[in-house]
Design a protein around this ligand. Structure first.
Ligand code: TXA
Ligand code: MG
Length: 329
């Protein structure tokens, strides 16, 4: 572990952008906001920096990372875009979409970042702080969510600090993020495939492509062999407290994660947080990880989660909740 580092926290702005670019160039680790969640960035062309990143997160080394770039030209230097990929890039970048593409022949991203795969995951984020840092640094930046592996993804600088203080060089504080769940990942294979539901609803992608996305095999990553999107490890998003899904009632001692009007008896709960009292899925997504963390900290017997509709951002929310509910031994 790279313990003993002093983690600096700077408010977003010109000085922070410069410090971030300098730190990345020196092989350091910088957490910064994107529109989806906070990312932990390292120079994507520097295998040593990437090794430090895996170490800081305690992430299984087979888990490949997303390369973040500032524009399409930079993306095309590392990934081969077919017509489908170009269409998606033009429609949704910058934004919460990651494309998995064949690597280019002279792709400068280190093999360690792609875990030896011949494909690469690429994203152009829309958050102004992320964009400023990418532009100033001028090279691809790998950035997994800035949490310890297996913990809930961070949506504020305080979340990052609570997981990674002393393990990384710099946190750029740009306030709470907007989307609250990670990017949607689409594999641009023979048929475009939804590898991870996320901040861009599937329906919007299907509308632009005028076709359905192929569904990735359910939990393909739990089989032996090369995982498709191994970040989808079954318990990737688990809090420490047991999670009970689709709760339509509440047991004494349980904490309640509500959606819409709380279930009858909610006043008995050890704690109640409402993802969206007005049943708005966008609001619910942005609250999801923060509320899971807050309820986890209450050390209730169980976190009971009310049913969430499965359309739009609901697909990503339900995906993360299902992972949170998988037992952690
Ligand atoms: O919103 C996001 O995407 C955030 C922000 C920081 O940009 N990043 C993020 O990264 O969620 P991470 O490392 O937590 O998730 C990356 C996902 C994993 O599920 C990984 O398996 C998948 O991308 N992935 C990366 N490269 C891949 C590849 N070549 N083929 C298939 N899946 C890949
Ligand atoms: Mg993650």
């Amino acid at each position: 572990m790279n313990v003993g580092l002093t983690t600096e926290i700077l408010p977003a702005g010109e000085a922070a952008t410069e410090a971030a670019a300098r730190t990345l160039a020196a092989g350091g680790l910088v957490a910064f906001p994107t529109e989806t969640v906070y990312g932990l960035g390292a120079d994507a062309t520097n295998a040593t920096a990437i090794a430090l990143l895996y170490q800081a997160k305690g992430r299984p080394a087979f888990n490949p990372l997303i390369s973040h770039v500032s524009d399409l030209a930079a993306a095309q230097r590392i990934g081969c875009f077919d017509d489908t990929a170009l269409k998606l890039a033009e429609a949704f970048w910058p934004g919460p979409l990651t494309l998995v593409l064949p690597k280019t022949g002279d792709c400068a991203v280190a093999d360690l970042a792609t875990a030896g795969l011949d494909t690469i995951a690429i994203r152009i984020p829309s958050h102004p702080v992320a964009r400023a840092i990418l532009k100033s640094f001028g090279k691809p930046v790998v950035a997994p969510s800035a949490n310890l592996s297996g913990h809930v993804s961070p949506t504020t600088a305080a979340h990052v600090k609570s997981d990674l203080d002393g393990l990384i060089d710099l946190i750029v504080d740009g306030g709470a993020v907007e989307v609250g769940v990670e990017s949607t990942i689409v594999g641009c294979f023979d048929a475009p495939m939804l590898l991870r539901p996320g901040g861009l609803p599937r329906e919007e992608i299907e509308r632009v492509l005028d076709r359905k996305l192929v569904q990735a095999p359910p939990d393909a990553e739990s089989d032996s062999g090369q995982p498709l999107a191994p970040g989808m490890l079954a318990s990737h998003y688990a809090p420490r407290t047991r999670v009970r899904l689709d709760a339509t009632s509440i047991e004494p001692g349980e904490a309640l994660l509500a959606f819409g009007s709380p279930v009858a008896g909610a006043d008995m709960a050890a704690a109640v947080m409402n993802l969206s009292a007005r049943s708005n899925l966008t609001e619910a997504a942005s609250n999801l990880f923060g509320y899971l963390r807050a309820l986890d900290a209450r050390q209730a017997r169980t976190i009971a989660v009310m049913p969430i509709p499965h359309h739009g951002l609901g697909e990503a929310i339900n995906d993360r909740l299902r992972r949170a509910a998988v037992g952690r031994e």
